[in-house]
Each structure stands twice: as structure tokens, then as C-alpha cells.
Design a protein around this ligand. Structure first.
Ligand SMILES: [Zn+2]
Length: 458
């Protein structure tokens, strides 16, 4: 049967109408999509001499068309970045859907002066919205241009330091900083406000590691909130030390007695599993334990908890010294070398162990070669450590006074006989406790300095 001309006309109109509706729908949904580009930007509040801003921009539907970022200051516009993204043809939208941009520039190159400013950013897409202008994401943020580096004024005069020892420096900053402190070779010792009322006066305890000799670079460093950095040298006198050598003969009796305590697996092919286990404990576990102690540094509060000299385990004899270089022998053969970073003190078995000074318990647990251990925070990065205890009588978070009993001596961990391993740390560095037992040293190196500075700083 043939379709009449009239019927055909009706069908054509219907098909045409359908096509128009589909086209309008397509334009509406696809070309006129209304999703704004997404802008993920880390814009600091202050921009320094040189700065960089990282941006991640994306537009998942019609694609990225254009970005422009500029700084507005005193009626002037300084363009940081302007970029047009390619199109994939008039109907297909943009070629680029994701882009990471790093603005890396110098205030000097922009010819921009210090003071308040506004950072503006616009990102547009390839949508046909807004008369083919696209959807626009805008960011506007008040910023501060600061190209002045912080000033550092050292307030303490003498800085005499022994290798393996510690020192106090007090300095004043001309502006608030995100970070300041003492650089000692690869180590950094942060300075903290809080001791003096003046928020710009900083206290920093720093230490020379037992491995660091007179060639070590030591200076103050400060970075303000805009990222401007200052380095300042100061007067110091570093005295090198020679460390004692100590020989430890490992007996089968000792290994048989101690090794079951450690949950360390040795290779099945080991010819002497007991000795190999000891070597794993002495090397690998020792390093793992050191990391745990280092991680305690950030728990130290900017508050001086201690007063006067630190006390030594009463009626005790010194069995090993700080930084003794130990040579381990088994059946006459040298099998290992390690450095002892504390002082071993022996008294009667299970002797009560007093807190060397007022402090806060920041660690009270069993830890590898150190056995049952307590660590006290004395503030500004200064910490004391008590190991090989047979029992612990305090809990983490507890405040203790000088002389309070922390626990009892013992042989837990890698201890042959009953003794206390006493250590001290300044931030992440193990230091020689001898200085802190000495009234005179504390007077000349700490209290006199604090007194002198407090005469002209509030
Ligand atoms: Zn020890």
C-alpha cells in the first residue's frame, strides 16, 4: 500500500520536529552545560621575595578554555599566568580537561611593592553558556606581599659546646616566623617562644652529635610566613672529644639467657642462630628503637619543667660511659661495633630509680634493646631516658617531680646485669648527661644566660 502524499508530509514534519527537539536537547545538555571548572589552589597568605603557587584546574564536561591569575595592588594589575587552552572543534569542546600549573616567580620580577594586595583568578570552560563565554570559576583572596627577610639578634654571648654536649642560645626575631632555630650540620633544633613574655624572643637548646667535629656548620636560621629566609652566624667554641673504646666479650651463657626475649627471626641457613640473632638485635633493632626515641622530639613542650641540676641514680657506680665505642667479640673474633649513647649506672639490684628532674612522662613502655623504659620531657626539647627497668611505676602523661620514683632497675632488654641505662636527648640527638649532673655547668651555660637576658627582655 502506498502512503499518501499528505501522510508523508505529516511524517516529515514529525521527524523534523523530533530532530529539532533532539538538537535543542543536545545543545542544552551538552553545549550549554552549567558546571563550573574546579580550581584547587594553595594560596599562601603572605607572598615573599620568591614564591610559588600550585594549581590544579579541571573541567570534566566541555573542557578548559582559559585561565588568568593576577595580583591587584594599588590599582595596578600584575599578571601571574594567562593561558588559552586548545579547542577540539566547534562542537567537541576543549582538548584539555585537567591541568596542573605552578606559578613560580619573584616579587622583584613583577615590580611589586610590599603591603596588602588581592590575588584574583578566573578559569573558564568551553561551554556555550554566557553567550559562548563559558562557565567561570573565580577566586579572590586577600594576600600580603612581604619581601623583607626576618632579622635575627643573638642575645646570649658565650656558646661553649663539647662534642656530644648541649648548649643554649637565646635570640630575638624582628617578625613572627614559621620556623627558626639552630642548624648543626644535618640536624635542626627549633627555637621556641614561651620562656619570655616577648613572643619574638626565642629559646633554643641545641646539641652537637658525638660524630660531629669542629668542621660542623653551625648557624641560626629563620623563615618568615612569606618564605623569606635569614641565616645568621654566632660566636661559638666547639671542643672536640675523644671517645673511649670498650670491648664486650659475648658468651654463650649471655646469648642463651638474653636472646629468647627478642622476637627476631634469623635465616634458616644460619650456622650460629644465637649469634646471628644477637647481631640482628644489636644492629637492626637498635636502629628501629632509635627512631622511636627521635619521634618523641615533637612531643616536647615549649615550657621549662626542670630546676637545678639533674640527679644521678643514688649510690651507683658508673659501668659504661657516653659514646663508648664498643667492640663486640665472640670466641675472640670481632663480630660487631656499636656506640653506647648513655651512661650505665649500677646500684643494688632492683634499686628505685628517681626522676632526674621535674618533667612529664612522654614514654613508659617496653622497647627492644632498651627493655622497660621511661622517657621524661623537661621542655624545650630536653628529655631524659631510663632503661632496662624491671618495673615501671609511672604512666604516660603523668607529671613527676625531681626525685619521684619512676620504677626499679633491672635487666630487661640487652642488659647483662642489673643496672640503669641513663640517657639524655636534645630533640633528636642523644647527648652526654654528665653536663646536666653538674651544678656549675648548668649555672654557666643555662641559668646565667637566662638571667642576663631577662634583665633587658621581658
Ligand atoms: Zn647502657
Amino acid at each position: 500500500m502506498k502512503m499518501s502524499f499528505k501522510k508523508m508530509k505529516v511524517w516529515m514534519v514529525v521527524i523534523l520536529a523530533a530532530m529539532i527537539i533532539v538538537s535543542i536537547g543536545w545543545v542544552w545538555v551538552v553545549q550549554l552545560e552549567d558546571e563550573k571548572p574546579i580550581v584547587d589552589a594553595q594560596i599562601p597568605e603572605s607572598l615573599g621575595r620568591s614564591f610559588n603557587i600550585s594549581l590544579d584546574i579541571s573541567d570534566h564536561r566541555s573542557g578548559l578554555r582559559h585561565i588568568r591569575a593576577e595580583i591587584l595592588k594599588e590599582g595596578q594589575k600584575k599578571v601571574l599566568v594567562e593561558k588559552e587552552f586548545p579547542s577540539d572543534g566547534i562542537l567537541a569542546g576543549g582538548k584539555v580537561h585537567n591541568e596542573s600549573i605552578v606559578i613560580d616567580t619573584k616579587a622583584k620580577d613583577l615590580n611589586i611593592s610590599d603591603g596588602p594586595a588581592v590575588l584574583q583568578m578566573q578559569v573558564r570552560d568551553y561551554s556555550w553558556r554566557n553567550w559562548w563565554h563559558g562557565n567561570q570559576a573565580s577566586i579572590e583572596k586577600k594576600i600580603h606581599i612581604d619581601t623583607k627577610a626576618p632579622g635575627i639578634e643573638v642575645l646570649t654571648r658565650a656558646h661553649n659546646i663539647y662534642q656530644g654536649g648541649s648548649c643554649l642560645i637565646i635570640y630575638r626575631l624582628t617578625e613572627p616566623c614559621q620556623r627558626s632555630g639552630v642548624v648543626v650540620g644535618d640536624n635542626f633544633f627549633p627555637g621556641c617562644p614561651g620562656y619570655f613574655e616577648d613572643k619574638h624572643t626565642m629559646l633554643a637548646f641545641f646539641a652537637i652529635d658525638y660524630t660531629q667535629g669542629s668542621g660542623t656548620q653551625i648557624f641560626l636560621n629563620a623563615v618568615d610566613h612569606a618564605g623569606n629566609q635569614t641565616k645568621a652566624g654566632f660566636n661559638y667554641y666547639l671542643k672536640e672529644k675523644k671517645w673511649k673504646k670498650d670491648i664486650i666479650n659475648l658468651s654463650d651463657r649471655f646469648l642463651n639467657q638474653k636472646m629468647p626475649e627478642f622476637d627476631v627471626q634469623v635465616s634458616e641457613n644460619s650456622k650460629n642462630p644465637l649469634l646471628d640473632k644477637f647481631l640482628l638485635v644489636n644492629r637492626k633493632l637498635r636502629q628501629d628503637n632509635a627512631k622511636v626515641f627521635k619521634a618523641l622530639a615533637h612531643k616536647s613542650e615549649a615550657k621549662r619543667n626542670w630546676e637545678g641540676n639533674f640527679i644521678r641514680l643514688p649510690n651507683s657506680a658508673r659501668r659504661a660511659g657516653f659514646a663508648d665505642h664498643r667492640e663486640y667479640r665472640y670466641n675472640g673474633t670481632v663480630v660487631d661495633h656499636q656506640v653506647h649513647l648513655g651512661i650505665d649506672l649500677a646500684s643494688l639490684a632492683k634499686a628505685p630509680v628517681p626522676a632526674a628532674n621535674t618533667g612529664k612522662v612522654i614514654f613508659a613502655d617496653y622497647i627492644g634493646i632498651y627493655g622497660k623504659t621511661v622517657v621524661l620531657d623537661h621542655g624545650f626539647g630536653l628529655m631524659s631516658l631510663y632503661s632496662h627497668l624491671s618495673s615501671i611505676d609511672v604512666q604516660t602523661g603523668q607529671l613527676v617531680s625531681k626525685g619521684d620514683i619512676l620504677g626499679r632497675t633491672g635487666t630487661t632488654g640487652l642488659a647483662g646485669g642489673d643496672h640503669l641505662h641513663f640517657g639524655m636527648m636534645v630533640y633528636e640527638t642523644m647527648i652526654n648527661p654528665i653536663e646536666w649532673w653538674d651544678d656549675n655547668w648548668i649555672m654557666h651555660n643555662i641559668t646565667d644566660k637566662l638571667k642576663a637576658v631577662s634583665e633587658f627582655v621581658r
